[in-house]
Write a protein that binds this ligand. Sequence first.
Ligand SMILES: Cc1ncc(COP(=O)(O)OP(=O)(O)O)c(N)n1
Ligand SMILES: Cc1nc(C(=O)O)sc1CCOP(=O)(O)O
Length: 213
Amino acid sequence: MRFHKDMLLLYAITEEYCNRQRPLIEMVKEALEGGVTILQLREKHLSDEELMTEALEIKELCHSYGVPLIINDNVELALRCSADGVHVGIEDTPVAEIRAKAGNDFIIGATAKTVEQATAAELAGADYIGVGAVFPSPTKQNAVRITNAQLREITSAVSIPAVAIGGITLGNISQIDCGTLSGIAVVSAVFGAKDITQAAKELKAKATALVHS
Ligand SMILES: Cc1ncc(COP(=O)(O)OP(=O)(O)O)c(N)n1
Ligand SMILES: Cc1nc(C(=O)O)sc1CCOP(=O)(O)O
């Protein structure tokens, strides 16, 4: 799937501990019904074999909605299951190495918490950056926080699109100083919601207002 920055508008990320009393596929379907525009499979507890099974099933579902599937961290698995891309952190496989191996059609997202990391990611060939944590995250409680001023500084330092991540909810999304953001990335605000579809719909409306403000 060819990458476009509009895909980043509502970026939903799965997480094992998030309200997981039902099959993941069921929850992903509800999120897609609510209008999620890109999905990241972030299931750090699964073996490669289990992850592959989940990824193949979820990829098919995502594609039936025209939504790309991104795999967290595991580049080899992302390539083996023909996912649309991978998201890597600062300590993970270098972006330039992934780009060289995977070619130009593979979507590569990189975490950036500083201007230096953002410009390095762009130079190495990343398609987008994930910048955070903009609020305290219930999912990743040790995530380093960044201020609105840092968010603006980081996003304006690069020409590739950016999503904000970390503790974003319906209640606080309007406090984000959007700068040049293309979307928001969330775990709990979607997958922790009682009504996942409704939560995604409401977040998408607010994300749309945010990126156009
Ligand atoms: C869209 C998006 N942005 C940032 C992250 C964080 O990735 P990373 O730094 O690799 O940390 P973990 O996800 O491995 O905890 C992300 N996953 N997605
Ligand atoms: C995976 C991840 N990375 C973060 C970072 O700041 O790099 S915050 C985060 C978790 C986001 O989950 P929630 O929307 O529930 O806060």
